[in-house]
Design a protein around this ligand. Structure first.
Ligand SMILES: [Ca+2]
Length: 478
């Protein structure tokens, strides 16, 4: 628990403290703690706790405020915000307000409260509930008015909120939302599914279902979206209901959502649709009561917010040229944040593709093996596109691809095998690093074992002279 104190001195103050906690927001800060607030004038005896507001306390001396987790709350740790208004009591000030009980409809709206007082008399207004917001928290001096707005009531019961204003309590009563079949009805089967038409801006589409309801425990609501040909899609749907409120809403239905690509086979029921990968065709969405035997939450209002990304994938380039040595390289994918892709090699010499799948922008790494034979091409399939790798042959002395020389490094002898080489060579020479010829074989064919007993250890070159030129292979003698 957190205890704060304010030293007020000998003057008398009117104090209003507003607590923002879970489900409640101030300036787009989402407070996560389910909290209560109480006060004390001596730090020993505490008031009954309030969930939202301490209204129009009269205090002097030291005022203590205590904020602690609601012992019956679901979120017993987290963040909160409290705002405290202190207004010095001014002798001779009286404030007159209109009739203190305002009736409003279930829809959102706004109004203002007029306060009449003497020119030197100050006053403030604070809301006691999350669904009523004051336009300003400034102190007004003299007559004036306090503008406020209220959210729509999505529940089947009326609700009552208070505004502490000029030392008085003003009450706003908001009507219940009558439960009758919503404007999407009849949509009780897949065949009757209500066609939603998302509005697209570039690659992102959005559509909302609101206000909607299950008007009885057996009401199932079907919707559909046509996804055009030529693209793949990622679909997300947030379901707002009794367990997942948004912006101080008070939906009363506890709902579940599922989807189908054919209107017949349905996914498991859940609380949202997350990153569905869809092809062209019809996406069906179904909302129904989570538990149709649960009294009080098996019917009522909900809303759904659907976002669709048309997945377009591009690669930074469509091909790469690499040299003959073993190496690694990357290819950059550009894709929407939730758009899934895969990457794989179509060539045995291109390996180590990493990562092999992902979503959104990424760099995919691949490795190529050393190429001693001839220039070659292979492909990767990355995000559905073909990426071509052209690899040259290793340069220099390692080009005698079809000539087998083993062991290498060699010790007492080396076997030179030309039997699988298509070329007829003129000569084969073993030379040391200064070019001295230490072994020569005229018109070499098939296979020869060469004794290395006379060779000291070190690096040598095997020169194979053919009709087109000379190739070189290194030989290491241990
Ligand atoms: Ca319905």
């Amino acid at each position: 628990m957190d205890i704060y104190k304010i030293n007020l001195g000998t003057d008398s103050y009117t104090v209003n403290a507003v607590l923002y906690s879970s489900g409640d927001q101030i300036n787009n800060v989402v407070c996560t703690l389910d909290a209560i607030i109480s006060y004390s004038t001596d730090g020993v005896a505490w008031s009954e706790p309030a969930y939202r507001q301490l209204t129009n306390l009269t205090a002097r001396g030291t005022l203590y405020l205590k904020i602690e987790p609601n012992p019956e709350g679901e979120q017993r740790k987290g963040a909160y915000v409290a705002k405290i208004d202190l207004l010095k009591t001014m002798a001779g000030c009286s404030y007159s307000l209109p009739a203190a009980d305002k009736q409003v409809t279930q829809d959102s709206g706004s109004d203002r409260i007029t306060v009449t007082t003497a020119a030197s008399c100050a006053w403030t207004a604070t809301s006691g509930v999350a669904w009523i917001s004051l336009a300003s928290d400034k102190i007004t001096t003299g007559s004036g008015s306090a503008a406020y707005s209220y959210d729509e009531n999505m529940a089947l019961l009326p609700r009552r909120g208070t505004i502490a204003i000029a030392g008085q309590t003003y009450t706003v009563t908001q009507a219940a939302r009558p439960l009758s079949p919503d404007h999407y009805e009849p949509n009780n089967t897949a065949a009757q599914a209500y066609l939603l038409t998302p509005v697209f801006a570039q690659n992102t589409g959005a559509v909302s279902i609101s206000p909607a309801n299950c008007d009885n425990a057996n009401d199932m609501d079907y919707y559909k979206i046509n996804l055009g040909a030529g693209y793949s899609y990622t679909v997300n749907a947030a379901l707002y209901d009794k367990r997942n409120q948004i912006n101080n809403s008070n939906y009363s239905l506890y709902a579940s959502i599922s989807y189908s690509a054919d209107g017949a086979t349905w996914s498991a029921e859940g609380s949202e649709l997350k990153n569905l990968s869809m092809k062209e065709g019809t996406l069906y969405i179904r909302i129904k009561p989570h538990d149709n035997s649960a009294p009080s939450e098996s019917y009522g209002f909900y809303s759904v917010k659907i976002g669709i990304n048309t997945c377009v994938y591009s690669l930074a380039k469509s091909s790469a040229e690499v040299d003959g040595g073993a190496s690694s390289a990357t290819v950059d994918i550009t894709a929407g944040a939730s758009c899934p892709w895969t990457a794989s090699s179509n060539a045995a010499w291109i390996t180590g593709v990493n990562p092999v799948s992902g979503t959104g922008n990424a760099a995919v790494t691949y490795s190529v093996a050393k190429n001693t034979v001839a220039e070659r091409q292979g492909t990767l399939t990355v995000a559905g596109q073909t990426f071509t790798v052209t690899q040259s042959v290793v340069a220099g002395f390692e080009t005698a691809g079809t000539v087998k020389i083993y062991p290498n490094p060699a010790k007492d002898f080396v076997t030179i095998d030309l039997s699988s080489s298509p070329e007829n060579y003129v000569s084969l020479k073993i030379v040391n690093i200064v070019g001295q010829v230490l072994y020569e074989w005229e018109n070499p064919v098939r296979k020869q074992e060469v004794s290395l007993k006379e060779f000291s250890s070190g690096l040598y070159f095997i020169l194979l002279r053919g009709k087109e030129g000379t190739t070189v292979q290194k030989l290491l003698i241990e």
